[in-house]
Design a protein around this ligand. Structure first.
Ligand code: NAD
Length: 444
């Protein structure tokens, strides 16, 4: 009996611990410029940051203005002078140190990510692991970056030298906050660039933690700066003449704007945008594996994943068996407190986003799709979570290719089922999408 009480006490204290850690984190400002956390000096306005699991306000954050962006870009330009002159080996050593430090602090980062994003702790731990992978990978690559030597006519030769671009901007979405910051900064820094990063206004925390960690391991001030803000702050960055490259991850409509702004300044730009990816399941697939795959491709991070396989095409002869297993497993998913071990699905990012996802389900019903399970608002038993943004994972059957849910990115836990008879048909319908991001096939 005593042991059970002790365990309950520990379980309760994880939420208490993370809430305390989050509130003390917000005691200092969230912009990180020239190696320190600073207040935005000329914010355009402020926005509210909430904890998706409880709906409670975490902080009010100033949205950085032009002057704040100027300072961050200036800091990165200054740091570029010496950072770009280090050898790849030296830069790699520092990134390797960052990877080691992040491993030490993995749990702390993961907890904060779950508070900020709403995804289960086990997923956040995995996200941090992927940042460590990225840092280690690019740390290893940094010393091996070489050029080319091209022999030309008459003993002449050409040299191809790889040089850093300068100041790179990273703009991130809210579904993988620290992973995006890590995956964008590791290659940029390894190659000798410096960076100004703007996380999503919904998830500002862990990027600042990463910036502090970089300083802690000896990466010089100004090499990685963070400005907080909404779209307007993003535009100050993409339009800034002191920026040489923009790496953007987010939705297609915003991606188009970012690309247009970069074109005006003839800046290098990389876009990672949305998707409506297909998942093909053939009759010879390993059934258990295919069911697990379909669930992972739809309900990880509450379905808020760009490369999710949200259009699940199943060969007619195995459809009934597949659907029965899929629905039964999906109904058994544990939804609730992201900071609790055992939770399989946490809270979606915001009230507005939850409504948007639920509206997609209603729209699908009106267009003739059948809800096999989920697609409803959900209230966990714990009263502390009553204001959180929870919904049940949804499976839609009888979805047709022309329906809205088959065409648009929902970015929530909604799986659409389709039936096919031949491989040619499956491939043709799978490719009939204006998105192009990922695809999955289950077959032997
Ligand atoms: P979003 O496009 O609304 O916002 C992304 C970022 O852009 C945010 O930081 C936002 O503040 C900023 N922004 C908004 N307007 C801007 C502007 N005019 N100029 C510059 N920056 C601006 O996307 P989101 O809702 O945060 O994220 C979800 C989307 O991201 C989904 O479509 C998802 O598929 C996509 N995504 C893609 C990948 C990938 O690797 N392809 C990964 C994760 C998410």
């Amino acid at each position: 009996m005593l042991r059970i009480n002790h365990r309950l006490l520990n379980m309760a204290s994880v939420r208490e611990q993370v809430t305390r850690a989050a509130s003390s984190f917000f005691e200092k400002p969230l912009n990180f410029v020239d190696g320190v956390r600073v207040d935005a000096s000329q914010p355009t306005h402020s926005f509210v940051v909430e904890e998706p699991a409880t709906g409670k306000q975490l902080c009010k954050c100033p949205s950085s203005g032009q002057e704040d962006v100027n300072k961050a870009v200036q800091s990165a330009r200054e740091a570029f002078k010496s950072w770009s002159q280090l050898s790849g080996l030296d830069r790699g050593r520092l990134l390797q140190k960052a990877a080691l430090k992040l491993r030490e602090r993995q749990e702390e980062f993961a907890r904060m990510e779950s508070v900020d994003q709403g995804k289960p702790l086990w997923e956040s731990r995995f996200d941090i692991e992927t940042v460590i992978d990225g840092l280690e990978y690019f740390a290893g690559l940094a010393p091996s970056i070489t050029g080319d030597h091209l022999p030309l006519q008459g003993g002449s030769f050409g040299i191809v030298k790889r040089e850093p671009l300068g100041v790179c901007v990273g703009i991130g979405p809210w579904n993988y906050p620290v992973q995006m910051a890590g995956w964008k900064s590791a290659p940029a820094l390894a190659c000798g660039n410096t960076m100004v990063y703007k996380p999503s206004q919904f998830t500002p925390i862990t990027t600042v933690m990463l910036a502090e960690l970089y300083i802690e391991v000896g990466i010089p001030k100004g090499v990685f700066n963070v400005v907080q803000g909404e779209g307007e702050t993003g535009r100050f960055l993409t339009c800034h003449p002191g920026v040489d490259k923009v790496s953007f991850t987010g939705s297609v409509p915003t991606g188009k704007k970012v690309m247009a702004d970069c074109a005006l300044g003839i800046k290098h730009v990389t876009l990672e945008l949305g998707g409506k990816s297909p998942l093909l399941i053939f009759a010879d697939a390993d059934m258990e594996n295919a069911v697990k795959g379909a669930m992972m491709a739809n309900f990880l991070t509450q379905g808020e994943v760009c490369c999710n396989g949200t259009r699940v095409f199943v060969e007619r002869s195995i459809k009934d068996e597949f659907v029965e297993k899929l629905v039964s497993k999906t109904k058994g998913m544990k939804i609730g407190d992201p900071t609790k071990d055992g939770t399989m699905m946490g809270a979606v990012i915001s009230k507005e986003h939850k409504e948007k996802v639920l509206n997609y389900v209603q729209g699908a019903k009106k267009q003739g799709a059948k809800v096999l399970c989920g697609g409803d608002s959900f209230k966990p038993d714990d009263p502390a979570l009553s204001g959180g943004y929870y919904m049940t994972p949804c499976i839609l059957d009888q979805v047709e290719d022309h329906m809205t849910v088959a065409k648009e990115e929902i970015f929530g836990p909604v799986l659409s089922l389709f039936t096919f008879d031949t491989e040619e048909e499956a491939v043709r319908r799978a490719n009939d999408s204006e998105f192009g991001l990922a695809a999955g096939v289950f077959t032997k």
